[in-house]
Design a protein around this ligand. Structure first.
Ligand code: PLP
Length: 375
């Protein structure tokens, strides 16, 4: 019989207890601050966990038809939709799924306004703050394609617009939310009174250790008191599944090349942890340290043929050997939704360690997954 306490390799392994802890904290914020918090599916869309998340959150934020369908089918509740541009072909289907839709430009609003009788509409605006160092993840640059700059909005919003949508943060602390709120009031304060809702986007990393949750609650409460007619919404992705699970993998080979010890793994940086290359950042590996800090240093290489499929250099207490298991920490938010089947490398299974310790594999991938996405 399969060992119910050992995940297969490779595998994304969700820790159900950690997810519940995050959700309890997020629920505290929404209750004490009197705001609505949605799950941003772009950051975390492991739908087998939706029954648990639904217990705490009332809906999802989606950015595409597929995310919207997933939300409708597996989550239910509210659906806030925002995409940089909608097509004529998909819009009629999208309005059926969402109860709020935000438009990224006035031209998009004018194009689709006459189809929005049954949804509440908003505009995404650019609050022009710079809270995100990595350019790839900074949506508020002056030349950003995301959101309407304050200067492009006239003194009044077009008739039919009931909300504003902003997304300006990435893995930020509560101080940044304070600066976001200041910028909102500075640039768009004159519009707020006439609106029904404001969505302050994602990037509020309230579940990271050390985050000042009380400060966030105070900021949101004070904002609500200044604008009592507004429903305040947040739509974090990372914060939902922050530190909620690992990527478990196995050493397939060990070699020395040009004086460097290399260990080849059954996962791929480019296919299974792309932010390691895109962000880029150093993934935390359980029990390992920076190169040379421990006696045995290895370059960890991925399973694809891409020359740059390298996870990084790590040091260990013992030499690595074929069959050793390695565990990369905090590998669920964004990692799982961005994974690909590049090069046909085996996609990690998806498993949950339930609160009683039992591991349930909720998804295996095989040749047919690879075949089905091509033709
Ligand atoms: C519009 C929007 N909302 C929410 C999010 C979620 O952000 P995070 O996962 O950093 O909380 C993003 C992330 O890119 C976004 O673009």
């Amino acid at each position: 019989m399969a060992d119910q306490r050992q995940p297969p390799s490779p595998c994304y392994l969700l820790e159900e207890r950690n997810l519940r802890d995050n959700l309890e904290l997020i629920d505290r914020v929404q209750r004490e601050a009197g705001c609505t918090i949605l799950l941003a599916l772009k950051g975390f869309a492991m739908w087998s966990t939706f029954p648990l998340i639904r217990h705490y959150l009332s809906g999802c934020a989606a950015s595409s038809y597929n995310e919207s369908r997933l939300a409708q089918q597996h989550f239910g509740g509210h659906l806030h939709l925002y995409a940089p541009a909608y097509s004529d072909a998909e819009f009629p289907e999208l309005v059926k799924l969402a109860d709020r839709i935000s438009f990224n430009s006035l031209s998009q609003w004018h194009r689709f306004a006459d189809q929005t009788a049954h949804v509440s509409c908003g505009l995404r605006v650019n609050p022009a703050i710079n809270e995100v160092e990595t350019a790839l993840y900074n949506p508020c640059d002056e030349q950003s394609r995301l959101g309407i700059p304050a200067a492009a909005l006239s003194a009044a919003l077009p008739a039919g617009i009931e909300g504003l949508h902003l997304h300006a943060l990435c893995e930020c602390d509560a101080d940044a939310t304070g600066r976001l709120i200041e910028a909102v009031e500075h640039h768009f304060g004159h519009l707020l009174e006439k609106l029904k809702w404001i969505n302050l986007g994602g990037g509020h990393l309230m579940t990271r250790q050390g985050y000042d949750v009380a400060q966030l609650i105070d900021l949101l409460k004070a904002f609500r008191e200044r604008h009592p007619s507004l429903e305040v919404v947040l739509e974090p992705g990372s914060a939902i599944a922050w530190d909620c699970g690992t990527l478990v993998c196995t050493v397939l080979d060990v070699m020395e090349r040009g004086g460097v010890q290399i260990a080849l793994l059954d996962i791929s940086a480019t296919a299974h942890m792309p932010d390691v290359l895109e962000m880029p950042y150093r993934a935390a590996l359980r029990g390992a340290a920076l190169p040379t800090e421990k006696p045995f240093t290895y370059r960890l290489g991925g399973a694809s043929c891409l020359a740059g499929d390298v996870i990084g250099d790590y040091s260990f207490d013992q030499p690595l050997k074929i069959g050793d298991r390695l565990i990369f920490e905090d590998m669920l938010h964004y990692t799982m939704v961005k994974s690909t089947l590049f090069n046909g490398v085996n996609h990690p299974a998806i498993a949950v360690r339930h609160e009683d310790g039992e591991i349930e594999v909720v998804r295996h991938f095989d040749y047919h997954d690879y075949e089905r996405r091509l033709s």
